[in-house]
Design a protein around this ligand. Sequence first.
Ligand SMILES: NC(=O)c1ccc[n+]([C@@H]2O[C@H](COP(=O)([O-])OP(=O)(O)OC[C@H]3O[C@@H](n4cnc5c(N)ncnc54)[C@H](OP(=O)(O)O)[C@@H]3O)[C@@H](O)[C@H]2O)c1
Length: 269
Amino acid sequence: MKKQKLSIVGMGKMGEAVAQGLMQSDLGKHFVIAGTTRTEESAQEVRDHLKIECTTDNSDAFKFSDIILLAVKPHQVEKILRANQEFIRKDQLIISICAAISTEQLSTWSGGKAAIIRTMPNTPCLIKSGVTAICAGPHAEKSHMKLAESIFGELGLVTTLEESLFDGVTGLSGCGPAYMYLIIEALSEAGVKVGISRRQATVLAAQTMLGAAKMVLDREEHPAALKDEVTTPAGCTIDGLMALEEGKLRVTLIKAVLAATKRSKLMRA
Ligand SMILES: NC(=O)c1ccc[n+]([C@@H]2O[C@H](COP(=O)([O-])OP(=O)(O)OC[C@H]3O[C@@H](n4cnc5c(N)ncnc54)[C@H](OP(=O)(O)O)[C@@H]3O)[C@@H](O)[C@H]2O)c1
């Protein structure tokens, strides 16, 4: 079977994560992966690091690729697509990972011919533990969606969602790793306060978060039921939970997601 050419326009953190995840997987054998960057310096770094073709010429990527993965900053997308509109064909698939850019905008800016898919991954994709929301845009068929699902499936979990929910996804799982790091950092500080070394406290906090997350996903139980399992009557956990309720942890986290969702909406306006 002929390999498909997949060009990643924007080989930054996320672009590299996708390239690396694919290259380390069986699926990667079906693609010739290449990338572009803005500066020659970054292109050279990618060539050295990943041993793939990487240039600063986006037009080649649009002319010669079957799949184009857009991984530049959101404000750069319109300019890049409009500049390369003349090269974009009906038989191509454009997958975007860019926050706030709608499938309608992607389709309009790219000339309306190519199939469009929008995704929202997160940084744990770097270690194949990410989660990616995905939705179909203009001309995207089931086969395109299957392909995108298998690409991001190599980097973690994938879930299909309506596009109207994508700002919320950005606020929740796109930005979410930062909230989790903050919680781990705070728990680790607490460990230091009770006399544990910082390194051990960080391991205890991070592995606790990882384990709790795995319990939620593996057992498919409501988090509240799992919380109740840990909470013995008149035990220690209920005192800890009371302190969290006093500090309004729940409503604070909800507000964090709402604030980031609002920002994602504003980025498009
Ligand atoms: N970071 C996250 O947590 C996250 C999560 C989900 C989605 N996203 C989305 O992923 C996208 C990329 O984010 P990132 O964090 O990976 O950004 P990043 O690390 O800053 O990378 C941006 C890349 O785009 C390149 N670039 C800039 N202008 C270009 C152009 N005209 N042509 C080709 N390449 C160009 C840059 O090259 P130079 O190095 O040469 O400037 C760099 O390689 C964003 O749209 C963001 O919304 C990010």
